[in-house]
Ligand binder design. Structure first.
Ligand SMILES: [Zn+2]
Length: 175
């Protein structure tokens, strides 16, 4: 079997432009044929932590040309972890900006920062896409989206002591 680079062989007549070498095929765990190759494909989606990420079309994922089985794992796709992490962070940044803008119709940013115990200017920076917020903060703003005035409820929550827990009742021992 010879897989030499055709451009290095002057004897090989090349009328058509050289095609990139086909990636080596491996055995498909689904159909058992040696038809699994790193393949680029658009519209691949993948759930990662809280979000559904659309993977970059150029990401090479081992995919079977015969049965279409694909191996999307951190082991089989070396760039997957970094790709997903970057997409997740970008989603947090984007969603935070949108939710801060929305809540800004009801409250000043200073008020929001005070009521959520955030440092002054933090929401302005997030809104401008500077910094990655916690998913918990984005989740909280997402819950406030449908009813922003529930922020008052949080004020009341923090202002009052927790209701005292009922003392555990002593069980009568039946002997
Ligand atoms: Zn297959």
């Amino acid at each position: 079997m010879s897989h030499g680079d055709p451009s290095s062989d002057p004897a090989a007549p090349q009328s058509s432009p050289p095609t990139p070498p086909r990636p080596k095929a491996s055995k498909c765990p689904c159909c058992g044929h040696h038809t699994l190759r790193p393949t680029a494909k658009a519209h691949r989606v993948c759930r990662y932590r809280l979000v559904v990420v659309t993977l970059p079309a150029g990401l090479l994922v081992p995919t079977c040309s015969r049965c279409k089985h694909s191996l999307l794992s951190f082991d089989s796709v070396p760039d997957l972890a970094a790709t997903l992490e970057a997409a997740y962070r970008a989603e947090l940044v984007h969603r935070a900006s949108v939710e801060i803008t929305h809540l800004g119709k009801f409250y000043s940013q200073r008020r929001l920062e005070r009521d959520l115990d955030l440092s002054q200017g933090y929401l302005s920076r997030l809104r401008a896409g500077d910094g990655v917020p916690s998913a918990a903060l984005v989740s909280l703003m997402a819950l406030l989206r449908t009813d922003p005035h529930r922020l008052e409820e949080l004020n009341a929550y923090w202002a009052l002591p927790l209701p005292s827990e009922p003392a555990p009742r002593k069980r009568k021992q039946d002997a």
